[in-house]
Design a protein around this ligand. Structure first.
Ligand SMILES: Nc1ncnc2c1ncn2[C@@H]1O[C@H](COP(=O)(O)OP(=O)(O)OP(=O)(O)O)[C@@H](O)[C@H]1O
Ligand SMILES: [Mg+2]
Length: 318
């Protein structure tokens, strides 16, 4: 079997699009290629770009291992899977529809609410004026984040807003910086929890992990510098872990995810967990990926995790 790792490369012009913060490092790409190579006859690399179709046709892989974040817009993660579907090449992970839904935090939160899963109250704003209009009746603090973000892009201590004046300011800055609607969400003070899932028809829930960050918020800076600690296994009350498993599986199914995902929660001081988002394209770096840490607590080495993902896809396709 020949497997092509499809990944992002920073733009050669060095225009530094904000989304590049989400790309895996060259060191991680090498490590993933080696891990994939341990589970097939040949592993090749195919960088994502305008010539993706030609490159895939030239390589002719039996399977693609997709980690592409894309460049811009709400469908940036959906492009590579859509191209692979178009070419009839099977691939690891979710299709473009599931990736598109999960990248839209507001839409995913609406789905979660419909499933009876608690998620912090929220609304979307498209202009600073809209923020001013809504600011008066709000219960503070709220957290402002880009609706189509990832890797905590645009999230830091300054995103926690405690008064109406600050709301308009923060929204204006974020709208200018990221050119996309802002999600204004009730801020839940508490612990960051995350839960991983592996599988398709049968889902295996990995042990829940707790993320400890220096400033108490899993910010863009903490993700860039990897300055955080993941406790897994972690002594989360059984009842909470049960809810996280149940909710993560429900959301995974509702968005139509496949093969693997990681769902993020905040555990309030009162013991109530709140759903934040699901990541069906979570980082798999052996150096700083979170899902590999959760998998390790379930007994998977990094190589075994990559092998497991490949075998889940093979089962799904059989
Ligand atoms: N409503 C909230 N209340 C408290 N903390 C929050 C809230 N929303 C986000 N956070 C903090 O910000 C972090 C990042 O938020 P979120 O998971 O929504 O963003 P992301 O950029 O999509 O992350 P990922 O890298 O997992 O894709 C959370 O892990 C948490 O620490
Ligand atoms: Mg997150």
């Amino acid at each position: 079997m020949k497997i092509a790792l499809i990944y992002d490369e920073p733009s050669p012009q060095g225009e530094g699009a904000w989304v590049e913060a989400e790309y895996e490092s060259p060191r991680t790409i090498e490590a993933l290629l080696a891990a994939i190579g341990a589970h097939c006859e040949e592993a090749v690399r195919v960088p994502f770009g305008p010539d993706l179709i030609e490159r895939l046709r030239a390589e002719g892989p039996d399977l693609a291992f997709n980690i592409v974040e894309g460049r811009d817009g709400p469908s940036r993660e959906s492009i590579a899977p859509a191209v692979l579907d178009f070419l009839g090449i099977p691939y690891t992970g979710s299709d473009g529809v599931a990736l598109g839904i999960s990248l839209n935090k507001a839409l995913t939160k609406r789905l979660a609410s419909q499933l009876g899963i608690p998620t912090p109250a929220f609304f979307l704003v498209h202009s600073a004026q809209e923020a001013v209009e809504r600011a008066a009746g709000l219960e503070y603090p709220v957290l402002v984040k880009p609706n189509f973000g990832g890797s905590s892009v645009g999230i830091g201590p300054e995103s926690i807003v405690r008064c109406p004046e600050a709301l308009a300011q923060v929204v204006e800055r974020e709208l200018a910086r990221y050119s996309q609607p802002c999600l204004v969400e009730a801020y839940v003070e508490g612990e960051d929890l995350t839960l991983g899932l592996l599988g398709s028809d049968d889902l295996e829930a990995l042990p829940a992990g707790k993320v400890i960050t220096p400033g108490g918020i899993y910010s863009e800076l903490a993700k860039k510098t990897h300055e955080r600690e993941i406790l897994c296994p972690y002594d989360v009350p059984q009842e909470v872990e049960g809810k996280l498993r149940d909710w993560s599986v429900k959301i995974f199914r509702a968005i139509g995810a496949r093969d693997f995902a990681r769902a993020d929660y905040v555990l309030g001081a009162d013991g109530q967990p709140w759903f934040l988002e699901i990541n069906p394209l979570p980082g798999l770096s052996p150096y700083y990926g979170v899902l590999p840490v959760l998998a390790q607590a379930a007994g998977y080495t990094h190589s075994q995790l990559i092998g497991r993902i490949i075998s889940i896809v093979q089962q799904r396709l059989a």
